[in-house]
Ligand binder design. Sequence first.
Ligand code: SF4
Length: 270
Amino acid sequence: MGILAPLKKRYHGYVSQGDKRTVVLRGRNRCNGAAGYVSLTGQACRVKAAKASLLKKIYNVLLCSLGPQHWWPAQTPFEVMVGAILVQNTNWTNVERVISHLKARRLLTAKKLNALDVERLALLIRPAGYFNVKAQRLKHFLTFFCDHYDADVRRMKLRDGAQLRQELLGVHGIGPETADSILLYALDKPFFVIDNYTQRIFARHKILNHDTCYQDAQQFFHRHLSRDVKVYNEYHALLVRLAKDFCRKKPLCVQCPLQSLPKTRCVNNN
Ligand code: SF4
């Protein structure tokens, strides 16, 4: 008891010891699906409430200090989808080169790209790195998009968000971060995007653990923020900016807008 992170928490009861009360919740572990129980002492409840309020505070501080980030940097939803696949394990500048190249050749439509074979796609997206693997992934996605939605973003938008997420995760090479980027930034569906930057920042401030799995981290944001596309859009973009400018591998806490928040010992020692 106590190590589970229930998917759907249900109040199960409580255990009293003197004047201390421990709330017991029944649920299912999000990572491995195992059923079980989790206990929350009064202190644990307070810690959770404090983390939730910190989450909102961080958003407000970042928005005030860094300003709106105007994400995603793309002209069309399809461009977002392509960018979300190509940006895996590379920097955005390389992706921009590929997108500009495809635009210049008038190839940036799902049907035109899908008509190309994988070898040709790989050559076209070469600057994005890992181009053979990414060409396969892009091809799988393009085939899915053309076959299931006739390459029509509006049709895709009409699909229920949770069902569409499952479909995207079923496309070979699309993981949760890419799927959620497509859902949020291309299709305006409220799914918070978790990436290594988010994990790093929130672990350094003891809000998430270093080994918190994707689903648990996402659930944390979903539970404590209203399901608002604009807020999710801006919050993730602000976290990326924060990680690039301040919360680097070697953090620059002294200049950082979040420098007053409590941190883990390893960051404090830097
Ligand atoms: S740079 Fe320091 S203060 Fe800023 S987010 Fe990272 S750990 Fe926190």
